[in-house]
Design a protein around this ligand. Structure first.
Ligand code: IVH
Length: 718
């Protein structure tokens, strides 16, 4: 009998070691096929069996667990971004209508455009507008080949591997379908699945998700398709892109065809003939909305006849033959019980209204953000009035609360008739409620205006800022350490025992070692236990090697979000290269500073924040200790072998005619070039289209090579 089939129980230690080595190689091979090429050789069940066997052997021989064990990392080394996919037909958006009058105008406009009289009735379809993510799924000869997100409508992201994990989406179509079919529709997460997932997250001490839509988006943008697979996403087909042969000539019949081909379609879609019927269906769907297991935010109306759709055509980004009739944001009255101040990672003092619990659109609302002190007074970000002067928000006030889609509940207005005689204007604290340091409103250097946010000046001495920093560090899109949730961070932060204290990120990674030398054991503390402590150390150790963009994001530099972190990782490749520039750029002048500003997507505010961060000795000290424990991986560089522009810096200017700016940028980057926003002496090429102005002049002045679009295309090989 081969070792492979033998039971784990009878393996000798030598056999086990050999087997683990073989499994590590084999699983890595399948990971690469699955994730990198979207071409798995074995079924998921067989793959899982290999993983289970590996786990079983490791459980029996823990001393044999290898550095490269598949149990130590999930999936193949992820590529930082998804490959771009240019849609065969652009993915458009819809115009919105908000009132019955808008809908009447829309329908009247269709009749007018087509030169029809009201009695020459035009049929419309009406169906729910699903609050998910639009997706274009391409089938060639009946087989799923590519699935792409909407992106900017022209170019989306290739998420094929993830879409393949959605059981509701067929990977093969029945015989006889057209040779090319692009099905478009919405990927969403059912409300019930969302709630179950959040219950699970809560039980595991992890941060919960905000709403089904964002969770679906996050689940799809996973580099590891297994995570997507675990999230139970669903799909409704409602539109199409390229189709080699049209199977029907009405919107309604097209969708029915999709149903016949095995796609889920929304059961509430109807074909109707008058504005009155359309509006009645809108009301009906509105009534059913709370009972549906998916979020919808309106009803979409489309001209049914494809011939008429063709004649109506498009405006710039949306069809003339369709509109989305949005549901009004939901509102309710309740009372402000208290106004509290939260202190965030960057020291921002954010007032929050604690509300008497109230159901708004099926969700119980207990808090509403008040943004900042101006907002409480009824003043918007631009200094404009958003409520009458005496409608400032006070504790005890009755207010109108609004919840729209996935935005945080807002207080719209105060019901003045109900204001209590003793209600006093809210006095915004001038000191941090957590550490007592001064809280100040900075003056924006550029505009000379006072910032609307008041910030605690306590920095690291402020417990709120320090714990928020840690919570950010371990959060899902940063270092993503499982088992270190908000509660646990608070516990470790407050702990006075040196073997149990975590006040800065590096201490997360020294916890296990400190514990080994200590007599106070974490596993004996309420809420931990042996198994969970083992898991926690495992999760921490898994992050000793970390993707560069995650590392940069995890540092918690103000204004450096995930997108910026990815951009920096791609630009600099290694942490050392990044840190060197940050430190050199610190004087806010000179080459390093202008290079940093020349990165397209990095504005002055972000650049300044990064430089300020690296000027702070305490940050340097903490990062130094962190780097003793953690190794940021080299960022994956785009495949560039043989590319004539690899490593070159390109600036596009003027109007491009052969491709959009985004496309040109994506293409250049995929060939290993860096695309910058401004011309400096480090620029290698300036590609100028018609109307190019100062950048072209500057290039000539600096002697930088300039070319037109055609020359650029010739250079990169068409
Ligand atoms: S039709 C050319 N139908 O709404 C029109 N869109 O605001 C193609 N959406 O990007 C879209 N439910 O993500 C259509 N039943 C539905 C929809 C729907 C949701 C989304 C879709 C689109 C966005 C436009």
């Amino acid at each position: 009998m081969s070792i492979e089939g033998s039971t784990v129980d009878t393996l000798t230690i030598e056999e086990a070691a050999a087997e683990l080595e073989r499994l590590a190689k084999e699983i890595a091979h399948h990971d690469a096929l699955y994730h990198g090429k979207d071409q798995p050789e074995i079924s998921d069940a067989d793959y899982d069996a290999l993983k289970r066997r590996n786990d079983a052997i490791e459980a029996r021989f823990p001393e044999l667990i290898r550095e490269d064990s598949p149990s130590r990392h999930v999936g193949a080394a992820p590529s930082v971004t998804f490959a771009p996919v240019v849609h065969a037909r652009p993915m458009l958006s819809l115009d919105n209508t908000f009132s019955q009058e808008d809908v009447q105008d829309f329908v009247a406009g269709v009749y007018r455009f087509l030169g029809r009289l009201p009695d020459q009735s035009i049929a419309f379809t009406a169906e729910p507008k699903i609050d998910g993510l639009s997706m274009s799924i391409r089938y060639e000869n009946g087989r799923l080949t590519t699935a792409a997100t909407r992106g900017d409508g022209t170019t989306g992201e290739n998420v094929t591997a993830n879409i393949r994990t959605i059981a509701e989406i067929p990977t093969e179509l029945p015989k006889g379908v057209p040779s090319v079919v692009e099905i478009r529709g919405e990927v969403y997460m059912a409300k019930s699945d969302f709630l179950a997932l959040n219950r699970q997250m809560e039980a595991e001490g992890k941060q919960t998700y905000v709403n089904p839509r964002n969770t679906a988006a996050g689940s799809l943008r996973q580099l590891d398709a297994k995570v997507t697979a675990s999230r139970k996403l669903k799909f409704f087909a409602y539109a199409w892109g390229e189709i080699s042969e049209m199977p029907a000539d009405t919107q309604f019949a097209m969708v029915q065809t999709f149903k016949d081909w095995g796609f889920p379609v929304n059961p509430l879609m109807k074909r109707l003939n008058s504005v009155a019927d359309i509006l009645a269906h809108y009301d009906e769907i509105g009534l059913e909305r709370p009972d549906l297991d998916y979020d919808i935010d309106g009803v979409v109306y489309k001209v049914d006849s494809l011939e008429l759709q063709g004649r109506l055509g498009f405006r710039s980004r949306s069809p003339r033959w369709a509109t989305a009739h949005k549901f009004p944001a939901e509102q309710a009255f309740t009372e402000v019980e208290k106004i509290e101040i939260q202190v965030g990672r960057t020291g921002a003092l954010t007032p929050v209204a604690r509300l008497k619990p109230i159901t708004v659109g099926g969700v119980v609302v207990t808090n509403a953000t008040l943004h900042n002190e101006d907002y409480i007074k009824g003043i918007g970000n631009g200094g404009e009035r958003i409520r009458p002067e005496d409608h400032d928000i006070r504790e005890g006030d009755t207010v109108i609360v609004q919840r729209a889609g996935d935005v945080i509940p807002q207080i719209l207005d105060v019901v003045m008739e109900k204001r209590l005689a003793e209600a006093k204007p809210y006095e915004f604290p001038k000191t941090c409620p957590v550490c007592g340091s001064h809280a100040v409103r900075e003056v924006n250097e550029k505009t000379g205006k006072m910032d609307s946010v008041r910030r605690c000046t306590g920095g690291f001495i402020c417990r709120a800022q320090a714990t928020e920093h840690l919570k950010h560090f371990v959060s899902r899109n940063a270092s993503d350490i499982e088992g270190l949730g908000s509660k646990q961070i608070d516990f470790f932060f407050e702990n006075e025992d040196p073997s149990l204290q975590i006040r800065t990120a590096p201490e997360i990674f020294t916890l296990e070692k400190r514990q080994q030398q200590s007599i106070t054991k974490l596993e004996n503390i309420d809420g931990f236990g042996k198994v969970s402590v083992g898991k926690l150390y495992g999760a921490i150790n898994e992050r000793r090697s970390i993707a560069l963009h995650r590392f940069i994001y995890a540092l918690g530099i103000r204004h450096v979000g995930e997108t910026t972190a990815k951009l920096l990782a791609r630009t600099y490749g290694t942490y050392e290269a990044f840190a060197t520039v940050m430190k050199e750029a610190a004087p806010l002048s000179g080459d390093a500073w202008s290079d940093l500003n020349a990165i397209e997507g990095i504005g002055e505010v972000v650049a300044r924040a990064m430089v300020e961060f690296y000027k702070e000795p305490r940050n340097i000290e903490v990062i130094g200790r962190l780097l003793d424990e953690v190794t940021p991986e080299e960022a994956e560089q785009p495949v560039t072998s043989g590319s004539p522009v690899a490593g070159k810096t390109v600036v596009f200017t003027g109007s491009l005619e052969k491709f959009t700016r985004d496309e040109a940028k994506a293409r250049a980057e995929s060939l290993g070039a860096k695309v910058a926003g401004s011309v400096s002496k480090k620029t290698d090429f300036v590609v100028a289209g018609p109307g190019a102005g100062s950048k072209l002049d500057k290039a000539r002045e600096l002697g930088v090579q300039t070319m037109d679009e055609d020359e650029w295309l010739a250079l990169i090989g068409g």
